[in-house]
Design a protein around this ligand. Structure first.
Ligand SMILES: [Zn+2]
Length: 363
C-alpha cells in the first residue's frame, strides 16, 4: 500500500533519446510503468517528462570570496532544484556540504572534494594551493573525501609570463592521476588554454572543464580516449569582460582570453563532431548564478549539438556518465515535467511545470 496521492504522469515520457512512453507512475518514491493495483487517490498531470537534469559543473557552498555558510549553500541547492537540476557534479568546493546528503529535499551532489591548485595560481580561498611534490598526496586525500572525482586546476595566469600557463609538470600529473585511479576516483581539470592539455592527456585525465583550448591536433586524442569535456559556455561568455579588466596589466593574457572566447562554438562543435563526450555544466557558485542549466543547454545547441544531443548532455547521457539511473523502472523518481516538447525547442527547459525529487513534488 502507498501513502498519500499516487502521482500519475501522462503525455510523453522521454525515457531515453530513442525511447518514449505514454505514462509513468510514481510509487513509493520510485518510477513505475505499471498502474498500481488498487490506487484510489491519484493525481494526474500531463506533459513532457525528462529525468532530473544534471549540472556537471556546479559549486555548492562557494561564492566569489570562498566558502559560504549552510543557509547560503541551501539557497544555492534550492535554486538548482527549481531549475530542474536534481543531480550535481560539484566541481570543487571549499565548504563541507556533506550535511546535504541527509536532506531528501535537496539535489544529490557528487563531490570532487576541494580544488587542488598550484600556489597563488587560482581564485583566492578556493583551493588547496600546493607545489608539484605534494600533488599525489593531496589527490589521494581529496579522492577519499569526494564522491569519485578529484578536481585539479590545470592552467591559470602566470603573472610573470603575463599569460595562461600550465600549472603542473607531466610526471607529477601522471603519478597523481594514477593514484586517483587506484583510489577508484576519476580526475578532471580546469583548463582554458591548450598548453596543459597534452600532459593531462598523457597522464590519463578523465575529463576537462571549459576546454576552450582544444585544438584540431588535440581533438582526435580526446575522442579516441573518450575524455569528456564540460564546456561551461555560460561561463566562457564572461571572458571578454575578464579580458577588459585585465587588459592594462596583462595584455597578452587578455588577447588570449578573447581568442578563446571568439572560437568557443567552433571548438565545442569540432569536439562534438569528432565524438568527444560533452556534458552540461554551468560553473554556478563562483561568479555565476545557480539555476542556469537551461541556458547552457541552449548554448550547446548553438555550438552544433542537436536538441536531443544537448538534452542528453544534461540528462540521459550525463546520468549514465556519472553512474546514475534515468527513468528506468524502479529508479528514484527524479524527474521534471514540461508544458511542451524540449526536443522541439530546448528553451522549454527554462520553465519547468513540475519538479519531482525522490518521488515528492517540490514547491
Ligand atoms: Zn568551476
Amino acid at each position: 500500500m502507498t501513502e498519500g496521492a499516487v502521482l500519475h504522469i501522462k503525455g510523453r515520457i522521454l525515457v531515453g533519446p530513442d525511447e518514449v512512453r505514454d505514462e509513468l507512475w510514481v510509487l513509493d518514491g520510485r518510477v513505475s510503468y505499471q498502474r498500481p493495483a488498487g490506487a484510489r487517490d491519484v493525481r494526474t498531470v500531463t506533459g513532457w517528462v525528462l529525468p532530473g537534469l544534471v549540472d556537471a559543473h556546479c559549486h555548492v557552498g562557494l561564492d566569489e570570496h570562498g566558502a559560504v555558510d549552510e543557509a547560503t549553500s541551501e539557497k544555492q541547492a534550492l535554486t538548482d532544484r527549481q531549475a530542474g537540476t536534481l543531480l550535481i557534479r560539484d566541481a570543487g568546493s571549499a565548504a563541507d556540504t556533506r550535511w546535504i546528503d541527509d536532506r531528501e529535499d535537496l539535489p544529490k551532489i557528487i563531490r570532487a572534494g576541494r580544488h587542488i591548485a598550484r600556489t597563488r595560481r587560482y581564485i583566492r580561498n578556493y583551493a588547496h594551493e600546493i607545489e608539484p611534490g605534494d600533488l599525489t598526496a593531496y589527490v589521494v586525500r581529496e579522492a577519499r573525501r569526494g564522491d569519485g572525482w578529484v578536481k585539479l586546476v590545470g592552467d591559470w595566469i602566470d603573472r610573470e609570463r603575463g599569460d595562461l600557463a600550465a600549472c603542473w609538470p607531466g610526471d607529477a600529473l601522471a603519478e597523481a592521476i594514477a593514484a586517483a585511479h587506484a583510489e577508484g576516483a576519476r580526475v578532471t581539470a580546469h583548463c582554458f588554454a591548450a598548453e596543459s592539455l597534452p600532459d593531462l592527456l598523457a597522464a590519463g585525465i578523465d575529463c576537462v572543464e571549459h576546454a576552450t583550448g582544444l585544438t584540431e591536433e588535440l581533438i582526435p586524442a580526446f575522442a579516441e580516449r573518450q575524455v569528456a569535456i564540460v564546456p561551461t559556455l555560460v561561463n566562457i561568455a564572461t571572458f571578454p569582460k575578464l579580458a577588459d579588466g585585465g587588459e592594462a596589466r596583462f595584455p597578452a593574457w587578455a588577447a588570449h582570453m578573447r581568442r578563446l572566447h571568439e572560437r568557443r562554438y567552433d571548438t565545442v562543435g569540432a569536439a562534438h563532431e569528432a565524438g568527444v563526450p560533452i556534458y552540461v555544466g554551468t560553473d554556478a557558485g563562483g561568479s555565476l548564478a545557480h539555476g542556469l542549466v537551461a541556458a547552457e543547454v541552449a548554448e550547446l545547441v548553438k555550438a552544433g549539438l542537436s536538441t536531443t544531443e544537448a538534452l542528453s548532455a544534461a540528462s540521459w547521457g550525463a546520468r549514465s556518465w556519472l553512474g546514475r539511473p534515468a527513468l528506468a523502472e524502479g529508479a528514484p523518481a527524479d524527474l521534471v515535467v514540461y508544458a511542451a516538447d524540449p526536443r522541439a525547442d530546448v528553451r522549454v527547459l527554462a520553465d519547468p511545470q513540475l519538479v519531482v525529487l525522490r518521488g515528492k513534488v517540490t514547491g
